[in-house]
Design a protein around this ligand. Structure first.
Ligand code: SF4
Length: 462
């Protein structure tokens, strides 16, 4: 039977059939609707999910992270809250036994998942962090009420080349009694003529002195992590941690290549967005992340080989820039005739393998400096343009994040560079945490984009 997307109710019925047929699940398995009943994840009622057991596992893994952290705490593991760097410090944390990393930043999606019933945005507003900040302000309230993640044993946050929103909120957090270890991330710049240049993953370059600065900062973080774990983070341990992180990144790379590179989409955009997010901190379990991605890859390869797609060949190939605050937007794009063929969800540096032929901290420092959000918009646009060419994108959507300080002008700059370089239809739009009221507007803008791309496709093929 061809793959399809199911509502939550349909998935429950499908789940019973799979169980009756002998479905094997990990400990965090179970029907998806329990996350609605027990956790109040109301948004699940509005989403449609891929019907594979691999997708079921992905969702169950994602939606049980809080339990995983609580269980880790209960058996004496130490919890490290890593903030803002998206993909760097967690590699170090998971290199040490007895430590778990998570991103408090992930509270970003809680108001969407709980359709604002969590009250986090309202609570942040009462603290003076209003809608002029991006949805990451939910993190502040989540720290206060401690209902979404445990209080970390150590909080580590990058500073320097960091958006104003995060910087202000993290500083407020510290004043509220959550001590933070800050580490400096300089704004990436091009090396000057007399400076030694250093190649970074993703085809970037930075002055060696900036890489040295980040490496020294990470050395300081490594010392703290070692103290917390009661064991030095040696070069050997970190090299092994990098090797394992790269396994995850390569598996995800193969998945992206299979799904985005196929003539139709063997997996939906929504599940792919969630899968990409796993690369950042492994959703608090590195080995399970690898398993989850392996299952998804097997499904994607099998479907591609059989020519069975969730979204057919006729769909317009869309390159999507920035993560969406409301996950439903990914479903809607496909309903309106698009499919994702490539993405920059703001953490492309967490997708690139970390060099394994360098001293480990040097390799990690170079990877951290390749963060698309610490360099210029021109450099970010350059990678997007190259990706669009590789993945044969027919249109580009730049989704603004409401309140995000960098989105005020970055989207317009990206759009003008992409349009100039690629001559593709582009649209810039904003996706709020609950986009239901915006659906008519979004439909109009995305459908117009898709129609334009279709007309161009038809013109080329005649
Ligand atoms: S403003 Fe942008 S980069 Fe900063 S926390 Fe919000 S989404 Fe992340």
């Amino acid at each position: 039977m061809s793959p399809r997307k199911l509502t939550l109710e349909e998935w429950d019925r499908h789940y019973q059939e799979l169980v009756a047929a002998g479905l094997h699940e990990p400990a965090y398995g179970g029907p998806l609707s329990r996350h609605l009943a027990l956790e109040g994840d109301l948004r699940l009622r509005q989403l449609r999910f891929d019907d594979s057991p691999a997708a079921l596992r992905l969702w169950n893994f994602l939606l049980t992270e809080n339990h995983r952290l609580a269980e880790a705490r209960a058996v004496g593991e130490r919890i490290v809250g890593t903030m803002k760097d998206l993909g760097t410090v967690p590699v170090m944390v998971y290199a040490l036994p007895g430590l778990r990393a998570f991103y408090p930043d992930g509270a970003w999606w809680t108001p969407c998942l709980m359709e604002c019933s969590d009250g986090l945005l309202r609570q942040a507003e009462a603290e003076g962090i209003d809608a002029s900040f991006c949805p990451v302000r939910a993190m502040l309230a989540a720290f206060q009420n401690q209902q979404h993640f445990p209080r970390p044993d150590l909080l580590v946050c990058s500073t320097g080349s960091v958006c104003d929103d995060f910087s202000a909120i993290a500083q407020r957090l510290e004043r509220m009694g959550f001590p933070i270890t800050w580490w400096e991330m300089p704004r990436r710049r091009a090396p000057e003529a007399q400076e030694a240049a250093c190649p970074l993953p993703g085809g970037l370059t930075a002055p060696q002195c900036q890489v040295d600065c980040v490496r020294q900062e990470l050395e300081r973080v490594a010392e703290l992590l070692g103290r917390l774990a009661g064991q030095t983070l040696t070069t050997e341990l970190l090299a092994e941690g990098i090797r394992q992180a790269n396994q995850v990144r390569r598996r995800l790379g193969a998945l992206r290549q299979t799904v985005y590179g196929s003539v139709g989409a063997p997996l939906p955009a929504l599940e792919m967005l969630v899968a990409e997010m796993l690369a950042i901190h492994f959703c608090s379990d590195r080995s399970q992340t690898l398993q989850v991605l392996t299952d998804l890859l097997e499904v994607a390869v099998a479907r591609r080989n059989l020519g069975q797609f969730v979204v057919g060949e006729a769909a317009t190939r869309i390159y999507w820039v920035n993560p969406v605050a409301d996950l439903r937007a990914m479903n809607l794009l496909e309903d309106w005739g698009g499919r994702i063929c490539g993405s920059d969800y703001m953490f492309t540096h967490a997708l690139d393998p970390i060099p394994e032929d360098l001293p480990p901290l040097e390799a990690l420092a170079r990877t951290a400096l390749a963060d698309p959000m610490v360099g210029s918009t021109q450099e970010r646009a350059r990678r997007i343009v190259a990706d669009c060419r590789t993945c044969r994108a027919e249109a580009v959507v730049i989704s603004r994040i409401p309140g995000a300080s960098h989105c005020a002008w970055e989207g317009a700059s990206l759009r003008s560079i992409i349009s100039r370089e690629l001559d593709l239809p582009t649209v810039e739009l904003e996706i709020p945490p609950i986009c239901d009221a915006m659906v008519p507007t979004l439909a109009g803008r995305i459908q117009a984009l898709i129609e334009t791309a279709r007309a161009r496709r038809a013109a080329v093929s005649t």
